[in-house]
Write a protein that binds this ligand. Sequence first.
Ligand SMILES: [Zn+2]
Length: 214
Amino acid sequence: MAVAYRLALVDDPCTDRDLPAPAAGDVALTVLDRSHALPASYAPDDLVAAAEAGLGGASGTKLVREALIDDLAAMRAAWEAAGLSISIDSAYRSYAAQAATFQDWVARLGLEAATVRTARPGHSEHQLGTAIDVSSPGWSGRFGDWARETDEGAWMAEHAWEYGFVMSYPAGAESESCFGYEPWHYRWIGRQVAADHRESGLVLRAFLERFAGG
Ligand SMILES: [Zn+2]
């Protein structure tokens, strides 16, 4: 099964094209990259507000899949126990929202620069409803290294996997992950799979390519 899934993917996934991502054994494990995309019609059927995990304020209004609420609630409790203040800046993004954002960038920068700046519609893990962009108060933006320069980012880099969340686009791995370093972007794959991923030492994309069919 896992081999069949890998064979359905192209060998040069960081080339921009719009191939359908093959159905994974579990949709949460779907491989998305610059070549493989979700269809415009895909939306999770169990989206709920992050407030269900006890997150307050603007973070609580962001939408995530109900499947990850228990793990997100446990991670939020761990943040509080560690005295950390972490917010969710973005979670579920529909295909239509991705398309609108991409068109905005194209209008401002042109197609080539826009493609570097943001995922083309269907290629974002946010459409799965399992990706979150996190930050902390006082963080000045996305140009520094949140994982190294803040206690909150360092905690996420060290502990998020214990709650099933994995950094999809780590530093120095662009040729394998197909996107630039995003220390704020975490994707939920479940606790057991996240532990297996950590053990593998692979970039998430490469790990899922082998795992998703199983
Ligand atoms: Zn993100």
